[in-house]
Write a protein that binds this ligand. Structure first.
Ligand code: PRX
Length: 670
């Protein structure tokens, strides 16, 4: 049974004390876009005191407009409209604008494919801005040919190949709203997302390569399109076409005329595709992410504000220069892949590297090999990857020349100081500033991060806010807490790349993000500010877990478990994990007559993989006779967390309905 979200505990005392500080070198600061504290403070002050002046200037300066906007911001809490009345096209801002400049013939995307199982090197493809523009225009014409019109929704379910970026940009060119579904999600997840956004088309591939195997994407789509609801109606009845990219070349079922091949469609289109003139507030994409209740939320981003946020943060946080080879290792299925693989770098005319495979395939030196091969200068990755590299050993990076690196980034979860120090020493050779960037699917772009030429960093802290961002740590009543006291992180002012809503659910949008504290956006994260004003994010305070940098709602996993015929009730909690940050532990009670066999444990894990995707598979399943509940029937997750972590049960158990349950849980392995 999915438990109701509980009131998050705040005012926790943070125990982490970290006194090391790392100042940017004089040489780095001198060459940086923003190189002194005085310039950061001046711009920050302006952005907070006169936000409309600041953002208006930035939007005029940074974006290419068909028609200028009339008003910078219209704010009727919680609904924001930025750059009202303006017309633009995102693909023009990422591609066409570079065509009349020397950037036209620069590499826009460098793609490295997964090496073959026999160790043969992966394919390599490079697209200049001119070539990418051409491919985007051609595929945009394919979308039109297949009946797509501005405002229609397309699901993208693709591997990490250049065509994923091409499809996103092509959607933007013709005003189609894209919703990328991570290739690791299941058929059921695809069907749920199609149903929620009423998509007209799915863009997929026959399959994707992963660690020498094939992820059967097309088969998953076929399965998704066959799923029915309780009344027998198809969840995906809005789908008219499936456009299939040939990637693996293995045989797949093909259902003409619904299914069409990407390469065959290209044969009948021209490479001329005038961009749609989109409103500043036209929806650009929907990206589903986990919340504290069962159903994933369709986070909605619109055009101008999102693009401005992605563009400015990419330039200033990564101190991006024309000569950089920039590599963000995220998959396009996550928001980091949207803002920092595709849109932010391309808007800046940068060279963005994409890698298809896993960091340890065929050997744990993949990243370091790629860095040496392409002389990568900026690397942006996740703490969970960094911890895995630490575990695999220093001999792997030591075999490769990493001297091209000049800046390192981290995202997705709090980075523990030990991992930070390893990244700094072993990868950055103590030369490269580290930017620990805090943000969310909802925020669209980085909100809290060092500026590498300015901010002295402290391992584990995302440090200070970006321009226009006013974060605050508050207690349950919404009062600012004193420095060094834990509380909830809220953002006091609207910002251009903020989410505009949840697709089709304005009520839930208000309730989840804007009901906690009047006038502020509630992040769902716990945080503390130290005496220097630095922000230390401690993680989620709602029922959302961060497993290997991926957001997993415990309620989602619980409802997946309960949908299995043997399960009566379940409660899912996190326990600390050295590699993944958090691991998923599921407590499960079975229906009468079902025997708790070890085989069932694996069956349930597979069931969750089928319902949601392998990312959500519980690491540990414990069968229990019953779950600890309060007298009012609420599952006591606090206790379950302690049990899951193998800790002694502490705290108040007086409201527990049946005390004997607890002692049984510890020994409920089989
Ligand atoms: O808890 C925070 C954590 O990841 C959450 C957002 O997850 P998602 O929407 O999937 O976006 C991930 C990529 C931006 C946040 O609420 N988080 C993200 N970055 C950091 C972080 N926690 C601590 N430090 C970070 N740098």
């Amino acid at each position: 049974m999915a438990a109701k979200p509980q009131s998050p505990a705040s005012n926790f005392q943070s125990v982490l004390q970290e006194s090391r500080r790392f100042k940017p070198s004089a040489a780095f600061a001198k060459a940086a876009h923003i190189g002194s504290e005085a310039s950061y403070k001046r711009l920050y002050r302006e952005s907070i005191q006169t936000p409309e002046k600041f953002w208006g200037r930035m939007a005029k300066q940074e974006l290419v407009w068909f028609r200028p906007f009339k008003k910078v911001l219209e704010w009727k809490e919680p609904f924001a409209k930025w750059f009202v009345g303006g017309k633009l096209n995102l693909s023009v801002n990422c591609l066409d604008r570079h065509l009349g400049t020397p950037t036209a013939n620069k590499a826009a995307l460098i793609w490295e494919g997964e090496p073959a199982a026999d160790g043969k090197p992966g394919e390599e493809r490079v697209f200049t801005y001119r070539q990418l523009h051409r491919e985007v225009c051609r595929f945009a014409n394919v979308l039109k040919r297949n009946g797509l019109k501005p405002g229609d929704r397309a699901i993208l379910y693709l591997p990490m190949v250049p065509e994923a970026a091409i499809a996103m940009l092509a959607c933007a060119r013709v005003g189609v709203i894209h919703s990328v579904v991570f290739g690791g999600f299941s058929a059921q997840s695809v069907a749920d997302r199609i149903q929620d956004c009423g998509a007209k088309v799915v863009i997929t591939a026959d399959g994707g390569f992963r660690r020498g195997g094939i992820v059967p994407l097309k088969k998953n789509v076929d399965d998704a399109l066959a799923i029915q609801d309780a009344t027998g109606a198809l969840l995906s009845r809005t789908i008219e076409k499936v456009i299939v990219l040939r990637r693996t070349g293995h045989e797949v079922a093909f259902n003409s005329p619904r299914d069409v091949w990407w390469h065959e469609e290209l044969g009948s289109v021209s490479s001329d595709c005038p961009p749609e003139k989109m409103d500043s507030e036209s929806p650009l994409f929907i990206l589903y992410t986990s919340g504290s209740t069962g159903k994933p939320k369709g986070i909605l981003h619109t055009t101008a504000g999102y693009l401005l946020g992605a563009k400015l943060t990419t330039r200033y946080v990564f101190d991006l220069k024309d000569t950089d080879v920039y590599w963000c290792t995220a998959d396009v299925g996550w928001v980091t892949g949207h803002s920092y693989v595709v849109y932010g770098p391309l808007a800046n005319g940068a060279t963005s590297l994409m890698y298809e495979g896993a960091p340890n395939w065929p050997e744990p030196d993949r990243f370091w090999r790629i860095i040496a091969k392409y002389a990568v200068s900026i690397l942006y990755t996740a703490p969970t990857a960094i911890r895995a590299f630490m575990k695999w050993g220093d001999q792997w990076p030591a075999q490769h020349d990493l001297s091209s690196l000049r800046l390192l980034g981290s995202v997705g979860e709090p980075i523990n100081p030990e991992a930070w120090m390893w990244y700094h020493k072993v990868i950055g050779k103590k030369r490269c500033p580290i930017v620990d960037t805090w943000w969310q699917t909802e925020t669209g772009s980085i909100l809290i991060s060092p500026l590498p030429g300015v901010t002295s960093t402290k391992p584990g802290s995302a440090t200070l806010p970006f321009f226009g961002i006013l974060p605050e740590v508050v207690d349950d009543q919404g009062r600012a807490v004193p420095r060094n006291t834990g509380g909830k992180l809220v953002i006091r002012k609207p910002w251009p790349s903020m989410l505009r809503g949840l697709w089709g659910d304005a009520e839930r949008f208000k309730q989840v993000y804007w009901s906690e504290l009047k006038g502020s956006y509630f992040t769902g994260d716990g945080c503390r500010q130290d005496t220097d004003g630095y922000f230390w994010i401690v993680g989620r305070i709602d029922d959302v877990l961060n497993v290997a940098g991926h957001r997993i709602g415990t309620a989602e996993v619980e409802s997946a478990l309960v949908s299995h015929p043997s399960v009566a009730e379940s409660a899912v909690v996190g326990r600390p994990d050295d590699l993944k940050g958090q691991a998923l532990v599921a407590f499960v009670t079975l229906k009468t007559g079902v025997v708790a066999q070890p085989r069932l444990r694996e069956e349930l894990r597979q069931h969750v993989a089928k319902e949601i995707g392998p990312v959500a598979k519980p690491d540990d399943i414990r069968f229990a006779e019953s779950l600890p509940k309060t007298r009012s029937g609420k599952i006591m997750r606090r206790l379950l967390k302690q049990v899951a972590a193998g800790a002694e049960i502490k705290g108040d158990t007086t409201t527990l309905e049946d005390l004997s349950v607890l002692s049984k849980l510890g020994s409920a392995e089989d």
